[in-house]
Each structure stands twice: as C-alpha cells, then as structure tokens.
Design a binder for this molecule. Structure first.
Ligand code: OGA
Ligand code: NI
Length: 369
C-alpha cells in the first residue's frame, strides 16, 4: 500500500534500548539526540486552564436536539485551534482498555521479539523510526511502530504482532471504532465548513487508516532531547490516544504572537485528542487549521501514545474543495496534487514544523500572475 511505502527512513538505533544502556552505565546521551534549541522556547503550562484546548462532545453532535449548536462549536474549534478533545465518542471502554494494555505490553517485549516486526527497507510500516533522511540529522528520543489498518486488504499481517496474543484483535476492533468516529467527524466538519455533508466522505471513502504507536523512553536529560520533532500531520484527521497517563504533547498555540508552545494535559479518561492534518487544511482552503505540535520526554517515566491517521483514497486530489472556490468562495490558496504525490513529498523530508504545508501555499501576490 502506497500510503505506507512511498518512502522509507534511514535505520537508526533503538531508543528504548539506548535509554536503558545510558541509564545502566551512566553514559552520556549520544550527540545526535541533543537538541540545542529543544526547550529554549516558552511553554504555557497546562495548569493555566484558560489555555486548554476545546472539548467536543460526539453524543451532542449526533443528538438532533443539540447537533446544530455542537456543530458550530466543532467548526470554530477546527478554525481556531485545529485541536480538540473528543468526549462521549461511543468507543466501548474495553476496546480502549485492551488497546492500551496490549500496546504497553508490546513495548515491554524483549528487543529481539520487537525487532521481528522491524520496518522493511523503503517502508515506514513496522517497528523503527520515520523521517530520517540523512546521517547528519538530529534524532528524536522515541521509537515508533506504524501499521496500515485500512483498507483491510492493505494490511500486512506479517507485521501485526503475534504478542501479546490479543493484540491483533485489539487493533482490529480499535480500527473499526476509530474509523466510525472519524466518519462521523468528517460529516460534521463538512457541515461546519459550509459544504455538503458528504463532501469529505467522498474523498475519504473506504477510510484509509494507519496507526503510529509512539514509545518515548524516560531521559535523565529530558530537557535536552525531543520526543517527536515539531511537525504537522499530513493526514486528514488524527485521533490520538494517550496510552498511559504521562503527558508530553505540546501544540503551537494558534494566534499566540510569540508562537509559544502549549502543553496539552492528559484528557479525561478514554477521550481522544483530535487534530486537523495538512490535507484537511488544504481541502478547507485554509479555513481549518493544521497546527504544529511536538512531543517532549519525561525525565523519569516512559510515555506511550497511539495516533490513528485518516487519509483520503489514493485517487483523491489533495486540493481545496471545488465547492469552496469560485463565486462567493474565493481563490485557491493551495496547490492541488494527487494524494500519492503529496505523501511522497511529506515523507521525503525531515519533520520541520509547518514547512511542508507552507510549501504548498499559493502566495496571494502570485495568484494574479
Ligand atoms: C504523532 C504525534 C504526539 C504524541 O504521532 O503524529 O503527534 O503525543 N504524536 O505522541
Ligand atoms: Ni502528529
């Protein structure tokens, strides 16, 4: 499946094992992980409740009594924040509990067992890292495990872990449930954008979906490393689950002139953190925002998260929805291209804030040329 195979990453050391070695032998952290600028920027604390991301209630979106009001709230969350937490999403508690338990257990397996699922060359699918394009590049303090979940025929079952034994089933159930939630959100997001409710569905048909499980080992010098470099997600929509209770996600607060980072606390139990990806920003012609975010590392505790990415179908055009352009709409603010070309560009560079997305913007001055 081309969405996972577009480009691979250079192989790097296993960070979980490296962290253990550094700890046991009191060894320095290798130079490539030290990020001079890592924590130089201000962070708004998550105790500042005025700074919290909005909360959207899926049961209120689905209830005819409250749907319009909640859709308006959703639209403004997507426009102003690009991030929100989603409560009452209807995913059964046991599905989330099993997923959390199995992911945590997978990362506890011996290295040799985990490496049975290592990434194959030229693929980001499997256990390893992504976005490493040069031997000089600084590295993130984390390991990743990426799997294609949907469409079903794209699954590479040889990479789906046989341990813990319930893992495959947990992933399968989690995949169906999150696809259902994303499908609902696409409908209400389209409404909030002022286009036909099916507009996004048509482009995200069959719900291509992938999961990235992130493992951030503790690091004594946590303030010198970065768990996941600042980036925007390429996908349409991301549903993030904190697998354990250790916070670490930070977002570049929209509208903050100083561009400070905002620490996103652990959401209420079982809630998802949802964010708009580049593709949805582009399809909305800039109305919805794909916001830069990163993950920081804890000095004492491991942190685990799982991001499910929802992507358009392979033959979809990544460009502003035609319904938003022309009379009453306006000019296209982004270059359109095929989905595969778009993803190839995303994976062929290191993560670098909004660089990828900004590169696709049409500058107002060039629009009349
Ligand atoms: C991601 C991501 C954040 C986190 O996987 O794209 O942004 O908190 N993860 O792990
Ligand atoms: Ni992300």
């Amino acid at each position: 499946m081309a969405h996972a195979r577009t480009t691979g990453s250079l192989p790097v050391a296993n960070v979980q094992a490296l962290a253990q070695t550094c700890k046991d032998s009191d060894q320095q952290i290798p130079e490539r992980y030290i990020r001079a600028d890592a924590n130089a920027e201000d962070v708004i604390s998550m105790n500042d409740s005025t700074a919290a991301i909005p909360t959207i209630d899926l049961s209120r979106l689905l209830d005819p009594q409250s749907s319009d009001e909640e859709t308006t709230k959703l639209g403004s969350a997507c426009q102003q924040w690009g991030f929100f937490q989603l409560i009452n999403h209807g995913v059964p508690e046991d599905v989330i509990r099993d997923m959390r338990k199995d992911i945590a257990e997978f990362f506890r397996l011996p290295l040799e067992t985990k490496q049975t699922y290592s990434q194959l060359p030229n693929s980001i699918e499997g256990y390893g890292q992504a976005f490493v394009v040069s031997e000089e590049q600084n590295l993130d303090w984390a390991d990743m495990f990426y799997l294609v979940l949907r469409p079903g025929e794209s699954r590479n079952m040889s990479l789906w872990p046989a341990h813990p034994p319930s893992f495959r089933n947990s992933i399968d159930r989690y995949s169906s449930e999150t696809a259902r939630v994303a499908g609902c959100l696409f409908e209400f997001m389209a409404k909030g954008m002022g286009v036909r409710p099916e507009s996004l569905h048509e482009r995200f048909q069959d719900q291509p979906q992938g999961i990235r499980m992130n493992y951030y080992p503790p690091c004594r010098e946590a303030d010198k490393v970065v768990g996941l470099s600042p980036h925007t997600d390429a996908a349409g929509l991301t549903l993030l689950l904190q697998v354990n209770d250790v916070p670490g996600l930070q977002i570049r607060r929209p509208g903050d002139d100083d561009g400070r980072w905002l620490a996103v606390g652990a959401p209420p139990d079982g809630a998802f953190i949802v964010n708009i990806g580049d593709i949805l920003e582009i399809m909305s012609n800039g109305k919805y925002r794909s916001v830069e975010h990163r993950a920081v590392v804890n000095p004492d505790m491991e942190r685990i998260s799982a991001a499910v990415f929802h992507r358009p179908c392979q033959d979809a055009v990544v460009g502003p929805l035609p319904e938003l352009l022309g009379e009453g709409g306006g000019d296209a603010r982004y270059t359109s291209m095929g989905y595969l070309e778009f993803m190839k560009r995303y994976y062929s560079a290191k993560l670098d804030g909004r660089n990828h997305l900004d590169g696709l913007r049409i500058q107002p001055s060039s629009q009349n040329v």
